[in-house]
Ligand binder design. Structure first.
Ligand code: MSP
Length: 525
């Protein structure tokens, strides 16, 4: 159902040093919602996700678990990272691992080009490195350690000592690109979003860029440099390239790369500098177009703080999906958090929204409309008679919220798209309360009016459901079957959701879409 435009979107590739928590899941569901939306507006859509498997962080996790890094990565991918996609209903088109042969091949081709074109030189590196961040640090990035690290300089993010490096390795001439990067941010204000992240990146680049050390010689878990097999590639240089190697860059079959690149990168704001500075500089050096956009979403906090295993605040996604289901997980995180701002997760909040908006709001609306059509018309959907202002107001609102939701999604504002659709849920519930179909049903003379009200409500319900389908694929599919709409709801155009005219019959919705869930015990997080 393509109408010509392509939409290619990526998540970061995740470190396999540990299992996923809800922060990783948040990025996945956001990217998946955007991808499903674009698919349902007829765009040639591609969602890429995957895992980042090289570098010291992974190597150390493997060693600590008595495994080779490859065995360790295989285990984590199979037992944790691929199952996560299933848990969250993520319909990705590809999954890349940096240990894939296709990736190594593309990386090698890219490096060789940069080397041949004079963008890489060898030199002596002396400085600090944080394995937690997998990043080189400046003295200003360090703080005084406390507790066991008293007297040492530690990484301000990980609070662990940094490594002091002194080795001969290779550098990428990143400083050459300072002005071109600033020009890019200036001429394309959409390139980095939101504004707060954009400003931070511009401030950083304006202060001047240093050349980047891109290889290491003291361990070998990485991709070897094609011209010097004593050195492995710096893990971020390796990882960023996944976005193009997955599309076939550097291989004989680069049709996908030509069709789909440049992509939109959805990332956490913590890794914005890598994506909005290093990555476009690398691409400029290789004469490859820069990404379409880089969106750094906010940080998900638990109890107002960053999740931490040691404090017991790390939450794994299944804890939530087992209780509320994957649709509610997706809905909650994309609805309750402003995309681009930090937000705090709480069990109370998800439970409140689940019951208020999904069980009582949307779910109850669906059950009421279907139940009344069954009770008063044996499930046959009546034709509408003359329309009153209230009916027309619902039709018009359906058209308006469809337009607003689509605009919000194109502007990478999923929370606003859901809010727009939810406005129609509220309006429909209000409309039913006001029209009182159960009163109309008592009077034979009002039969046509009763039909008009219920069919108007059903149409609105269809529109809301199409708009909700990219965020709640399961519940909306169940509902779609019950309102007799035929086919899969995933084939409905979201940008024309308001046009849906209702089918001829409805059938019972066996179980409610969102059954009540007992409140978790205090402190169950
Ligand atoms: N491997 C790198 C990314 C390479 S991309 C070329 C990496 N991996 S990561 O697993 O540590 O984290 C990846 C992403 O997970 C973050 O950028 C962010 O999108 C998401 N999040 C991890 N913790 C998060 C929160 N607490 N809240 C929101 N998102 C978080 O960095």
């Amino acid at each position: 159902m393509s109408d010509g435009s392509s939409f290619s979107i990526t998540t970061p590739i995740f470190y396999v040093n540990d299992v996923p928590h809800i922060g990783h899941a948040y990025t996945e569901v956001a990217a998946d919602f955007l991808a499903r939306w674009h698919r349902q507006r007829g765009d040639d859509t591609w969602l890429l996700t995957g895992t980042d498997e090289h570098g010291q962080k992974i190597l150390r996790s493997a060693v600590a678990n008595d495994m080779t890094p490859r065995e360790w990565a295989d285990r984590l991918v199979e037992t944790a990272w691929l199952p996560l996609l299933n848990t969250l209903d993520v319909a990705n088109d590809d999954f890349i691992r940096t240990t894939d042969e296709r990736h190594e091949r593309g990386v090698t081709a890219f490096l060789q080009k940069l080397y041949d074109d004079g963008y890489i030189y060898s030199g002596d590196f002396e400085g600090f490195y944080c394995v937690g961040c997998e990043e080189y640090k400046q003295p200003s990035d360090l703080v005084a350690g406390t507790g066991p690290y008293e007297g040492q300089q530690v990484c301000a993010i990980h609070s662990i000592p940094v490594e002091v490096l002194s080795e001969r390795n290779y550098f990428f001439r990143m400083s050459d690109f300072q002005q071109r990067l600033l020009d890019l941010y200036e001429s394309n204000p959409q390139f980095i979003q939101p504004e707060s992240v954009r400003n931070e990146v511009i401030r950083f680049v304006s202060q001047g860029l240093r050349d980047l050390s891109i290889s290491r010689s003291t361990f070998d878990w990485g991709i070897k440099l094609p011209w010097d097999d004593e050195q492995v590639l710096y893990v971020w240089f390796d990882a960023l390239l996944n976005y193009i190697t997955a599309l076939g860059y550097g291989s004989d079959d680069d049709e996908a790369f030509r069709r789909l690149w440049p992509s939109v990168h959805v990332i956490g704001k913590d890794i914005a500098r890598f994506h909005a500075v290093i990555w476009p500089a690398m691409l400029m050096a290789a004469d490859v177009p820069v990404p379409e956009r880089v969106f750094g979403h906010g940080w998900l906090l638990v109890g107002g703080e960053k999740m931490s295993k040691s404090k017991g605040t790390g939450i794994v996604p299944v804890e939530i999906t087992e209780r509320f289901g994957s649709d509610a997980f997706r809905y909650y995180f994309l609805r309750a958090f402003v995309f681009g701002s930090d937000g705090s997760f709480s069990w109370e909040d998800i439970s409140n929204r689940y019951h208020a908006e999904l069980a009582n709001g949307y779910g109850n609306l669906a059950s009421r409309i279907i139940a009344m059509l069954l009770r008063y018309f044996d499930g046959a959907v009546p034709a509408r008679g003359a329309l009153t202002d209230s009916d027309t107001a619902i039709d018009e609102l359906a058209e308006r919220v469809t337009g607003r939701a689509d605009e919000a999604m194109l502007a990478l504002q999923p929370h606003l798209a859901i809010a727009a659709a939810y406005e129609l849920v509220e309006a429909l519930n209000g409309y039913i309360t006001e029209q009182q179909p159960w009163v109309l049903a008592k009077d034979d003379a009002q039969r046509e009016r009763l039909g008009t009200v219920l069919t108007t409500a059903l149409r609105g319900l269809g529109t809301v459901s199409v708009l909700f389908s990219p965020v709640m694929p399961k519940a909306t599919e169940t509902l779609w079957a019950s309102i007799g709409a035929g086919g899969s709801i995933a084939d409905q155009r979201v940008d024309r959701a308001w046009e849906w005219q209702a089918a001829t019959t409805v059938s019972p919705l066996e179980n409610g879409l969102f059954p009540r869930v007992e409140q978790p015990e205090q402190g169950a997080a």
